[in-house]
Design a protein. Structure first.
Length: 750
């Protein structure tokens, strides 16, 4: 467990003060709250590993630790456990109580060295169009949660521009853009799954990304956070030899087709080991040229032959050996970071990389409840590689309550107990999308700091209710008990998925391609309604019962809308069940009208919070553009990814349609609702969903009929949707509950 130690340099007092002070000024902007903290790094650490000490005398909060990052965790510990402040994606700011809660000195240490964060897919499904303001907020969140090893891919397209144009003589950006994808698809571009689709990217995008990446790397460095960046995986453009004027000695046989991924053409692969090492050397040199001193890391994410792809004629062991030799030549301290997903990493990889130089990210931790690393876990000498226990709780950025709360706790704590033998070195969150189910992430990144005194589900929920809403049993026992009941119901129900196959949330039937019975929305969800729908509805009722006390609390508003959203989605499932049992035309029509009304009610409810609005996603995309054409390109990327994913071949034949479905205001009314209207109008017979409904929406077409709900001429047009919330979330949630559930309210009170 010494990898991180070799990466961590002592930051100057100035850099430490700027990092912590800047963060405090952003998350605690009121009443001089930021100045109420005093913090220092221990010059002579009192113990090995990461730790912090804190205390409060009622006037000041004192935090010290072994590093800047540990101090940030200590600050968050005080905010959460003593001040009742939960800094979250939906609520990045707080205000300290007028009287600071006093705390006797306490010390907390992390059981493991690495706290890993992000998946390649997260950078597409959630982060594709983030600006520096949003990234700054996320880095503050990372620091507060002790994350010290995040995957960062921002700006790496500039590395490819550099290596192709200056390393191999490409003469124009347009040639580079025949290889690089659009910004929403970078996750799969860097995983060697696809090329070109979604572009071409203008020069302004590359320059904007470069500036953004430099800001990100600089801020991470100030906190002592080490980025993981994409290493070289052997890919080149299909037309590389046509454009590369500096490819002396290369032959047509040196590069081979990698086939297709979900009907997308993959990049070509370098199948000559000498050429592979040559290209890798220029790739790593391009990283130095592009980022210089802005970037410092020894960690490289490299997943060759992702999801089983091995080009014809390629020997994986030979290619991986060449990649390793190139990486090790560039950086003798390099750490190869590989995902354990499906059959990856292969034995060819794990037996090539020496022990201590490979870090395996286990994406199956939460689904399988693992306490040891499965798959190919040893090197050529049979020695175990180091690994990170991982939670992959979200797929496609889908919206919905979901988790395996108790399994996560028990399996990670269990893995810690076996640490001497199982080579565990870290914990990680590797979701495909974030900004949902914030409770899981608050819990996950507290686990390393509580392994010596483990949480139970019950003790965690008590702490979480107090920190999330700032309510404690001493001050308001009734409200606290009600909220604890809400979260206990959720923890035993929707946050207690026992299936090892289910990939993320059970998707709302409102978003499925229309059918007469409930089914999954995306192709590989394997989901079911495993919780008590009635019990979840009771949780919604209980949330509403404390509205008078908490109606102005941002976290309460968000959770209320999310829980009510789930209750309406569940009721949609029950309504569709009734449709399949209907025996008369009149009965069917009544159920259909009720179902359509539910979709529009859901749209209205979600429109009250910026977090659940399509416009928040599309506005961020458009803001990255400097011209109308650029804005349209980025919004097209944003819309395609969450609807059709690609063209007809990928959408239908590749099975990618609705993979990244979102139960969002705007999408419900203008995308999902019209499909259902047409289905019912067509006597519940299938229609041409892609051609007549989905692709026109993705491409912003304005030559299709109005979709009944939006103003004439606006169902598809780019720039239609806004992030500005409409309506009061608490009042709207109460109205929806009364409309659909009030007559059954008596049976919900237990």
């Amino acid at each position: 467990m010494t990898m991180l130690a070799c990466m961590t340099a002592t930051l100057s007092a100035v850099a430490q003060n700027q990092a912590i002070g800047g963060m405090l000024s952003r998350i605690l902007p009121n009443n001089g709250d930021a100045e109420k903290f005093e913090y220092t790094i221990d010059e002579q650490p009192a113990q090995a590993g990461d730790y912090f000490r804190l205390k409060c005398d009622g006037e000041k909060i004192y935090v010290c630790g072994n590093s800047t990052l540990s101090i940030a965790v200590g600050i968050n510990w005080y905010l959460q456990h003593h001040a009742g402040i939960n800094i979250s994606w939906n609520n990045p700011k707080g205000t300290l109580p007028a009287q600071l809660p006093a705390v006797q000195e306490e010390t907390h240490a992390s059981k493991i060295n690495y706290r890993y964060y992000l998946n390649f897919c997260t950078h597409s499904y959630t982060m594709a169009f983030w600006n520096w303001e949003r990234w700054q907020q996320e880095i503050d969140w990372m620091a507060l949660h002790g994350i010290n090893l995040p995957l960062i891919i921002q700006g790496m397209e500039c590395v490819w521009r550099e290596v192709l144009m200056n390393g191999y003589g490409y003469t124009s950006l347009s040639q580079v853009n025949e290889f690089v994808t659009g910004g929403a698809y970078y996750g799969w571009f860097f995983m060697n799954n696809m090329t070109q689709w979604g572009g071409p990217q203008p020069e302004s995008w590359y320059e904007g990304q470069l500036a953004l990446a430099r800001n990100i790397f600089g801020r991470l460095r100030d906190f002592g956070i080490t980025p993981v960046i994409p290493g070289y995986v052997g890919m080149v453009p299909k037309n590389f030899l046509s454009y590369a004027t500096k490819a002396a000695g290369w032959n047509s046989s040196d590069i081979v087709s990698s086939g297709k991924w979900n009907q997308f053409e993959r990049p070509y692969f370098v199948n000559n080991t000498a050429r592979l090492k040559e290209f890798a050397a220029r790739y790593y040199q391009a990283i130095e040229t592009v980022f210089g001193n802005d970037l410092a890391t020894h960690f490289f994410a490299i997943d060759p032959f992702h999801e089983g792809m091995v080009p014809s004629g390629v020997t994986p062991k030979t290619s991986i050996t060449a990649m390793w030799e190139a990486l090790n030549t560039y950086d003798p301290q390099a750490i190869w970071v590989a995902q354990h997903w499906q059959e990856n990493p292969s034995a060819a990889l794990t037996t090539t990389i020496p022990q201590g130089r490979l870090l395996i990210l286990n994406l199956h931790g939460d689904s399988n409840g693992e306490t040891t690393l499965g798959g190919n876990a040893t090197d050529a000498a049979g020695k175990p590689h180091e690994w990170v226990w991982g939670m992959t709780s979200n797929f496609g950025g889908n919206v919905g309550l979901f988790g395996r709360l108790n399994r996560v706790m028990q399996s990670f704590y269990g893995a810690c107990q076996l640490q001497q033998s199982n080579n565990l070195v870290g914990i990680g969150a590797l979701p495909e999308g974030i900004e949902n189910n914030p409770m899981l992430y608050d819990m996950l990144f507290l686990l390393p700091w509580t392994a010596d005194k483990p949480y139970t589900q019950e003790t965690w929920l008590r702490d979480y209710v107090a920190m999330r809403y700032g309510v404690n049993p001493e001050a308001d026992e009734t409200t606290f008990s009600t909220l604890l009941s809400v979260w206990t119901r959720l923890a035993k129900g929707v946050y207690n998925c026992s299936s090892t196959q289910q990939q993320g949330t059970t998707e709302s039937v409102f978003m499925q391609r229309p059918a007469t019975t409930p089914k999954t929305v995306s192709s590989w969800a394997f989901s079911s309604w495993y919780w008590s729908i009635e019990d979840l509805r009771t949780a919604a009722f209980e949330m509403l019962s404390v509205a008078e006390v908490l109606k102005d609390n941002e976290n309460y508003q968000y959770d209320l809308v999310d829980i009510m959203r789930q209750a309406l989605a569940d009721y949609g499932k029950q309504t569709l069940d009734q449709l399949a049992l209907a025996t008369t035309d009149t009965e069917r029509q009544q159920i259909q009208e009720k179902f359509l009304g539910l979709i529009l009610s859901q749209d209205t409810l979600l429109g009250t919070k910026q977090d659940f609005r399509l416009g928040t996603w599309t506005e961020l995309a458009r803001q990255r553009g400097t011209t109308d054409a650029e804005k349209a390109l980025y919004e097209k990327n944003a819309r395609m990814l969450i609807t059709t994913w690609g063209e007809k071949a990928q959408c239908d034949n590749g099975g990618l349609h609705d993979y990244a479905n979102r139960e969002w205001n705007g999408l419900l009314a203008s995308y999902y609702y019209p499909r259902w209207v047409a289905f019912f109008a067509n006597n519940m017979q299938q229609l041409r969903w892609f051609d007549d409904f989905e692709w026109p929406f993705a491409t912003g077409a304005e030559d299709k009929p109005n979709m009944l709900y939006l103003k004439e001429g606006t169902p598809y047009a780019y720039g239609t949707f806004t992030r500005e919330p409409v309506g009061d979330p608490v009042e709207t949630a109460q109205r929806m509950y009364n409309r659909y559930f009030e007559k059954n309210q008596i049976k919900h009170i237990r």
